[in-house]
Write a protein that binds this ligand. Structure first.
Ligand SMILES: Nc1nc2c(c(=O)[nH]1)N[C@H]1C(S)=C(S)[C@@H](COP(=O)(O)OP(=O)(O)OC[C@H]3O[C@@H](n4cnc5c(=O)[nH]c(N)nc54)[C@H](O)[C@@H]3O)O[C@H]1N2
Ligand SMILES: Nc1nc2c(c(=O)[nH]1)N[C@H]1C(S)=C(S)[C@@H](COP(=O)(O)OP(=O)(O)OC[C@H]3O[C@@H](n4cnc5c(=O)[nH]c(N)nc54)[C@H](O)[C@@H]3O)O[C@H]1N2
Ligand code: SF4
Ligand SMILES: [Mo]
Length: 904
């Protein structure tokens, strides 16, 4: 692998979300893994912008926590031993129980090249389609919905359309926090064109509502009805594009019939959706009148028992108005993971073959011919949730988990744990040594992380970008494609997996995309065939480009330019033209789009007497999934430092809970303990919990144990946003906050969350006899200063070495009300024991208290911002920025600053 030289700017792509921002990285010190990260000015996804997570990538590339050597049953081994063990177990399982007794569970965080090889091995050579991915939890409903409507999994529009639209409808998407750079682009455009309208459809009032002209806080799950109502309204208002419908579509009447019968009148529709009739009419009116309308969506749509129908109900409205694939209008799914789209292109889902092909006899034969595969799988395999159920039932006996942490991210985690405990062979490829899933691995393989691997990823607008290594491979870490190819070689398929590098794999992937894909056969949307000729150096120099790139594409299938220069395709493939379906050209049998009838189904699992509240789960601004990266950055830990349950003030009162108290949440599936966040951004009766915390950081604070494994019947995507739960106060005796310089294993004490801070860790704890925990004995070598207030039941202890505070322990019968940010700053300065009383006071002298961090880039706290607002009477985040710098770099915190201004 080519390792890029010191001081040279390396163009790569962000490791996080599906926006796919271009990064320009400069390695400052390869030994210390120091790198400077900047947004790439000429990357069409971000034009130089980055969000708080992207900007902090440099803080997550150290060797801290890394898995650097293969392990078999916890014992470090050399690669050949690990691979031989893996292969002999795999062969034995297949021999005894057949190919369907083994499975691979992959991830939208693998690079396209890794993904391609894994899929080829399973579906072409092992002969089972039991290869699914965490995209099943993420994008499966969109894939299914687009296939039903367009005949293919095609995203018709581009990011530019978000800026060109006069009406932007954001459905089930917290864009401000989850696709922050797109949010910045939208906000910038809205500031330029104040007439542009933004409608947010989300049961919660999220930070995204900061730019909303209208927020429809609908009842969870009522999106299908909302868009059925819209289709009916568009028809009544004569707002249909009859020519588009007649010429390019089919099934309109059935879809309209289903839409009309799903409600009786506007009032009833508004009631069921849980919004004011007037607000509903406003939304419908804007949609009717605005030619340039984009509907963009994410997990509030996909992760639902009606996810596929939600997708189709929205697409129906775009087809009916002919608003698709034109500048500023169309449906646009915002994908989550950096390479969710690349995974779809190589067929990572169990019901897909490679290069957007299906399990039809023709496609199976075609892919088999191309791969010269001896054992083509002929039918779809097991999908994520069912796959783990099959493991639990003993049907699947060998599972290889790559780049995902299913113990945390799948619903009903307790069942996943039970399944993994039972499974005969669990192989885990990961970059991090300790994850909740790796705990169950028989064989643990060190994969190369973002900063050490080379390949390509595809973002939400079909743009393929190169990811490039910044550092050499650390320890014995290897790229995933290499690991998989070594296994394939040992299984006897060396010839078909004889890759010299990622360029080799990419060429094969590109060739398959164009294989028998021409006007004489059935045309497929995904085509990058010209890149099959790219040389290694052309691949190395590849600039971001949008697919399709085809030499013999057919008129009408896309509306774009076909000229191509492999090294500079971005320059020639003009962005504004890279759209699908303006003039039909759908990938169905007869080329017409399908309207899909979407009758409203009632949920299987509703809140009731035992579990009266509805649990919604999702993301916070500065954490990524199961925290295997963001958990290592002190800066990113400060914005939301503990898992929480957000609830409406009425519910808090009803269940005797106050802000910051601990509560116990239970569902039919499990229990969790987290802190209460009282918030009128929640609808009453609904609570929200972040998905990020795991047993590595919070024994009791993880949501996967609670979430029900209810699936969408079409896409098999789990409904991660709709679980009935009950809450009650968490009864305990003592609370404590512990600051240490070393990481400690606290164990299960009731409630514990670990927060990474500058030069150390903070532990928030609750339980019994906390003072007697054995871990305190390790601080004996230090000098101790102690203060006890028996009346208040409080104890404060500080341990010092010569010139530093080493440990601080504050405990009491209530949550210690000390200023955590300020206390943590003592770890960043020298301190002598004479200063102990300052520290033990727990709070800074008046006026210095910064409060919870809001701006991650410049470390500006909430209280500092509030003081400036009060003192100077600021009315706009720009004024706050010019005074404190807060919000002037990545801008991710601007909605929160505006919220603080509003609060006064
Ligand atoms: N900061 C951060 N950004 C990320 C990620 C991350 O972990 N952290 N992960 C990335 C990934 S993989 C993904 S998939 C995306 C996800 O991006 P988003 O989908 O934007 O994020 P979520 O928080 O999962 O859910 C979005 C919203 O759906 C709402 N919702 C819940 N139920 C319903 C409903 O019935 N209808 C409607 N209309 N809305 C509903 C929730 O209240 C929530 O605000 O984010 C990506 N970006
Ligand atoms: N309750 C609830 N659950 C959810 C969601 C929700 O909204 N609510 N959202 C769902 C969604 S949309 C998603 S996308 C999933 C995400 O859930 P997961 O995929 O389980 O979460 P990650 O933390 O991203 O896990 C990625 C793992 O791969 C490792 N890794 C990173 N890069 C590489 C690599 O190149 N190779 C290998 N081999 N390993 C690598 C990381 O260290 C990490 O352990 O969670 C889903 N689960
Ligand atoms: S929006 Fe932020 S997290 Fe997403 S790709 Fe861009 S910089 Fe990375
Ligand atoms: Mo996702």
């Amino acid at each position: 692998m080519a390792v890029n030289q010191l001081t040279k700017d390396i163009n790569t792509t962000c490791a996080y979300c599906g926006v796919g921002c271009g990064i320009s990285a400069k390695v400052v010190d390869p030994e210390l893994h120091l790198v400077e990260i900047k947004g790439r000015e000429d990357h069409p996804a971000n034009y130089g912008r980055l969000c708080s997570k992207g900007s902090a990538l440099g803080e997550t590339v150290s060797l801290d926590g890394r898995l650097l050597y293969p392990k078999v049953h916890g014992r470090q081994v050399v690669w050949s031993e690990a691979l031989d063990e893996l292969v002999s177990r795999l062969q034995e399982t297949i021999e005894h129980y057949g190919p369907d007794s083994v499975a691979v569970y992959g991830s939208g965080q693998l690079l396209t090249e890794d993904y391609y090889v894994a899929n080829k091995l399973m579906k072409g050579f092992i002969g089972s389609a039991n290869m699914d991915t965490n995209s099943r939890l993420c994008m499966a409903s969109t894939v299914a919905g687009q296939k039903r409507a367009f005949g293919s999994d095609t995203v018709p529009n581009t990011y530019q359309d978000l800026e060109l639209a006069n009406l932007l409808v954001l459905v089930g998407s917290n864009t401000a926090w989850c696709h922050p750079v797109l949010f910045q682009r939208i906000r910038a455009m809205k500031e330029q064109r104040p007439d542009m309208k933004v409608v947010v459809v989300d049961p919660r009032r999220t930070e995204t509502c900061d730019i909303a002209d209208l927020h429809l806080a609908i009842k969870p799950g009522s999106d299908v009805l909302l868009f059925n109502g819209l289709l009916s309204w568009l028809t009544d208002q004569d707002a249909l594009d009859q020519t588009y419908i007649d010429k390019y579509c089919q099934g309109f009447d059935q879809a309209l019939e289903a839409a009309r019968t799903s409600f009786s009148d506007m009032q009833q529709l508004a009631d069921v959706c849980g919004v004011e009739e007037q607000a509903l009419v406003q939304f419908y009116h804007w949609f009717c009148k605005t030619e340039k309308t984009v509907t963009a969506w994410s997990q509030g749509v996909n992760q639902s028992a009606a996810g596929t129908d939600k997708v189709n109900a929205m697409i129906n409205c775009h087809l009916a108005t002919g608003r698709i694939g034109t500048p500023g209008s169309g449906p646009l799914s915002l994908t989550g993971q950096p390479n969710a789209m690349g995974g779809r292109e190589v067929g990572g889902l169990a019901n897909q073959l490679a290069a957007h092909m299906e399990f039809t006899p023709e496609d199976v034969a075609r892919v088999g011919r191309f791969w010269q595969a001896p054992n083509m799988a002929k039918f779809s395999g097991k999908t994520a949730v069912d796959l783990f159920k099959s493991i639990d039932r003993g049907e699947v006996r060998f599972v290889w988990i790559m780049g995902t942490n299913p113990v945390v991210s799948l619903p009903d985690s307790n069942r996943v744990i039970k399944a993994l405990k039972k499974c005969q062979t669990v192989v885990v490829s990961d970059c991090i040594e300790h994850t909740d899933t790796a705990e169950f691995a028989d064989i643990l393989l060190p994969a190369a992380p973002w900063s050490e691997k080379d390949g390509t990823v595809t973002n939400s607008e079909r743009r393929i970008s190169r990811q490039r290594a910044l550092f050499p491979l650390a320890g014995e870490a290897r790229p995933d494609w290499w690991i998989i190819s070594e296994v394939a070689g040992r299984l006897g398929f060396a010839e078909a997996f004889n890759y010299s590098g990622s360029a080799d794999i990419f060429r094969e992937h590109a060739a398959l995309s164009g294989y028998e894909n021409n006007p004489k056969g059935k045309i497929r949307d995904f085509n990058i065939a010209p890149l099959a000729r790219a040389t290694d150096s052309e691949y190395d120099a590849l600039e971001p480009f949008q697919w399709p790139l085809s030499e013999d594409a057919v008129e009408g299938d896309i509306d774009g330019s076909r000229s191509l220069s492999v090294t500079k395709p971005v320059m020639s493939n003009t962005e504004s033209k890279a759209r699908f379906f303006k003039k039909g050209g759908f990938f169905t049998q007869n080329g017409r789009a399908n309207f899909i009838a979407t009758p409203v189904q009632s949920p299987l699992n509703k809140p009731g007497k035992s579990y009266p509240l509805l649990l919604n789960t999702g993301r916070v601004r500065d954490h990524w999934h199961t925290m295997t990266r963001t958990g290592f950055s002190a800066r990113l830990n400060q914005h939301t430092d503990e898992p929480f349950l957000a609830m409406h003030p009425d519910d808090a009162e009803r269940y005797r809970l106050s802000d910051q108290a601990l509560c116990q949440i239970s569902s039919e599936f499990g229990k969790a303990v987290v802190r209460v966040q009282v918030s009128d951004a929640q609808r009453s009766g609904e609570v929200f919990m972040p998905m990020h915390w795991t047993r590595q950081h919070s024994e009791s604070g993880f949501s996967g144990v609670l979430v029900n494994p209810v699936l969408d019947p079409v896409s098999k995507q789990p409904d991660l946003k709709f679980t009935p739960v009950a809450v009650e106060p968490y009864q305990t005796e003592q609370y404590g906050v512990l600051l240490t310089r070393e990481r400690l294993a606290i164990g299960d004490i009731g409630y514990m969350t670990e927060v990474r801070i500058e030069n150390g860790f903070r532990y928030e704890m609750a339980g019994r006899n906390l003072d007697q925990l054995s871990l305190f004995s390790r601080f004996k070598p230090y000098q101790k200063v102690e203060y006890t207030d028996n009346a208040a039941g409080e104890r404060r202890v500080a341990w010092f070495s010569d010139a530093e505070l080493q440990v601080l322990w504050i405990t009491g019968q209530t949550v210690p009300a000390c200023d955590r940010q300020w206390l943590q700053s003592w770890f960043c300065q020298s301190a002598s024991i004479e200063e102990a009383w300052w520290v033990l006071a727990g709070n800074p002298p008046q006026g210095e208290d910064a409060g919870r961090q809001v701006c991650a880039c410049f470390g500006v706290g909430e209280k500092t911002i509030c003081r400036a607002i009060a003192e100077y009477g600021f009315t706009d985040p720009v004024q706050v920025g010019s005074h404190l710098k807060a919000g002037t770099n990545c801008g991710s915190c601007i909605p929160e600053i505006r919220g603080l201004i509003k609060r006064g």
